[in-house]
Design a protein around this ligand. Structure first.
Ligand code: FES
Length: 103
């Protein structure tokens, strides 16, 4: 079931920025990687750290706590210590709004 909801305006998350928004009780991270926005859960699967305080490294996000990394496109772990992927959400831009399908 499609469940796209507006999460922010396009200008709210500039290229290179990471921000978190709370939507429907979920903390959703939006990362703008060179003009393309990705959405993931804002929770590292290693020890529950907030990923929004981390860094964008190409198409990956690095957790600020122990340096674990995840692929923003798939949620897959690309650097340990996390063992499990993070959840990702489909993103679309409509009428200058960032919309995320929370499923
Ligand atoms: S809490 Fe993210 S790598 Fe440990």
């Amino acid at each position: 079931m499609s469940g796209y909801v507006t999460i922010a305006k396009v200008g709210d998350v500039k290229p290179g920025q990471i921000k978190t928004f709370t939507v429907q009780g979920k903390r959703v991270l939006i990362a703008n990687q060179e003009g393309t926005c990705f959405a993931t859960q804002d929770l590292c699967t290693h020890d529950g750290g907030p990923l929004a305080d981390g860094e964008l490294v190409d198409s990956e996000i690095e957790c600020p706590r122990h340096g674990g990394r995840f692929d923003l496109r798939t949620g897959a772990v690309t650097a340990l210590p996390p063992m499990f992927p993070i959840k990702t959400y489909p993103v679309r831009i409509q009428d200058e709004e960032i919309q995320v399908d929370l499923g």
